[in-house]
Design a protein around this ligand. Structure first.
Ligand code: AMP
Ligand code: ZN
Length: 480
């Protein structure tokens, strides 16, 4: 596939080191609060990418961390530990908070059909590994001890800012949040590998280390977890666009300094979900959760459908109106799928042709909106129902909109709402006596082999915005 690589700023073929296999690392959530629907957009796009690669035939090994320590309020190692903040807010222990929000995160993922990565590793489970890697960075002169903390020395690198020129912006963020600059750092870009002395004396989770009792910095977890489970070379690393700097930049710095060779070849960044008042953010406390969407009556998969219709490299504006439109379109889509009759032999040649077309389009930088278009094209095409269903089932391996299951459920509901008329015909619809009467007349015309009359009635219903589908169970009508 062609995938935009943030490291080279070009759309490039994704070429794994080992043929047919891809190692994929995705930065996981910081579990001090619920994930907001912006975070979930990122995970959904990464999920679509993983599924697309499987669809192309790759074996994907996907690894994700769970940040349960070390992520401070500012990504530049200043401010309070986010986990501690969460624990204080809820009068619970950091471990309780981590467990609760990790479970909540995966519950949200399940509702959105986001597949759980093959490996999920909490950051607190890898302390020995961080100590080993940090010791090596100190030995090789890439790290230094100052003011009780261990820092990575970015001046030792030829090329630190691999993604964008962010220094000034990072400084501006620090100033905006009113955080003091860390006087122990030799240069502004240096970052903490291990904290021992800090202003957070009440830090709940601490471990012994050669540099004193303390805890790891945020970035080291992703490098160590990725290297442990994917080896010295990584094919693909993903995250939200805010992760590019400083988090991913620092991951690259320390991993390559440790390994002594290039580490990850392809970087994919998902752009943000914004509200009309700006970026949705957990730390600002103003954010929408999936549960809130459900409370308001939205199907989580309608939100998935909404996200799939836009490209991951464009920021997406969330409004209730946009979500309403997506929810209605998703419902109509399900109704169209439900109107197809299962059973019969699909034309597998046609399914394969459409699969190839889908790959050609979606494989161009994960073009999920083209994937949705391909769905509608298949629905509109002059194909028999069995073939259409097989094509939709195939595309849904990537889209994960549960099209066939939901449609089957809808069909069942329609069938159970069906009534048998005095004349012995079974009719199901949306509860309108006048339309029921016309549909009954059409059933009678068909039974009497008066096809001209049956067609005329179908036309009349169509003009009224009603579509009739003849099924084994009876005639089902719906407004379109
Ligand atoms: P966090 O739990 O804050 O570490 O973030 C989890 C993931 O969500 C990271 O990959 C972030 O880059 C991403 N993210 C954060 N805010 C947004 C947003 N508004 N829209 C999309 N993704 C986001
Ligand atoms: Zn990470």
């Amino acid at each position: 596939m062609l995938l935009y690589n943030s490291a080279t700023r070009k759309k490039e073929p994704l070429v794994p080191r080992q043929e047919g296999k891809i190692t994929m690392y995705t930065c996981g959530p910081t579990v001090y609060h619920y994930a907001h629907i912006g975070n979930l957009r990122t995970y959904m796009m990464e999920d679509a990418l993983e599924k697309y690669l499987c669809y192309e035939g790759y074996q994907v090994r996907r690894v994700m961390n769970i940040t349960d320590v070390g992520h401070l309020a500012s990504d530049a190692d200043t401010g309070e530990d986010k986990m501690l903040k969460g624990a204080r807010r809820e009068h619970k222990s950091v471990l309780d908070i981590a467990k609760f929000y990790t479970d909540a995160f995966f519950a949200d993922c399940a509702k959105l059909n986001i597949r759980r990565p093959q490996v999920v590793q909490p950051a607190t489970g890898m302390i020995e590994e961080y100590i080993r890697v940090i010791s090596r960075l100190l030995e090789t002169g890439y790290a230094y001890l100052a003011g009780g903390n261990v820092y990575f020395d970015t001046s030792k690198l030829e090329h630190y800012n691999v993604f964008f020129q962010h220094e000034e912006e990072a400084l501006a963020v620090g100033v905006r949040q009113g955080v003091e600059a860390d006087a122990s750092k030799r240069s502004q870009n240096d970052f903490v590998l291990w904290f021992t002395r800090s202003k957070f004396e009440d830090q709940a989770l601490k471990w012994d280390s050669p540099w004193g009792v303390g805890y790891p910095g945020w970035h080291i977890e992703c490098s160590c977890i990725a290297m442990k489970y994917c080896g010295e070379y990584l094919d693909l690393h993903c995250g939200g666009v805010d992760n590019a700097f400083p988090h991913h930049t620092n991951e690259i710095a320390q991993s390559e300094a440790y390994l002594g060779h290039p580490w990850c070849s392809h970087w994919m960044h998902v752009h943000h979900l914004n509200t009309s008042s700006g970026k949705m953010s957990k730390s600002k406390g103003e954010f929408l959760t999936l549960s809130l969407l459900e409370e308001k009556g939205y199907d989580p998969l309608a939100y998935r459908f909404f996200c799939l219709q836009s490209h991951y490299r464009k920021s997406l504006v969330f409004t209730w109106e946009n979500l309403d439109n997506a929810a209605q379109a998703y419902q109509k889509l399900l109704e169209r799928v439900a109107a197809l009759q299962p059973g019969g032999q699909a034309d597998m040649g046609e399914v394969e042709r459409r699969r190839e077309g889908f790959i050609a389009q979606v494989g161009n930088d994960l073009n999920t909106s083209m994937a949705v278009t391909a769905l509608y094209d298949a629905l509109k095409a002059k194909l028999d129902d069995a073939t259409k269903l097989a094509v939709l089932d195939s595309f849904d391996q990537v889209l994960s909109l549960s099209l066939l299951e939901r449609a089957a459920r809808l069909r069942e509901r329609q069938a159970s709402a069906a009534t048998e008329t005095a004349e012995g015909f079974v009719i199901a619809g949306e509860g309108d006596a006048e339309i029921d009467r016309l549909v009954l007349q059409r059933c009678q015309a068909k039974a009497a082999r008066d096809y001209a009359q049956a067609d005329a009635l179908r036309e009349r219903l169509k003009e009224m915005g009603v579509q009739v589908t003849d099924t084994k169970e009876g005639a089902i009508w719906r407004r379109v």
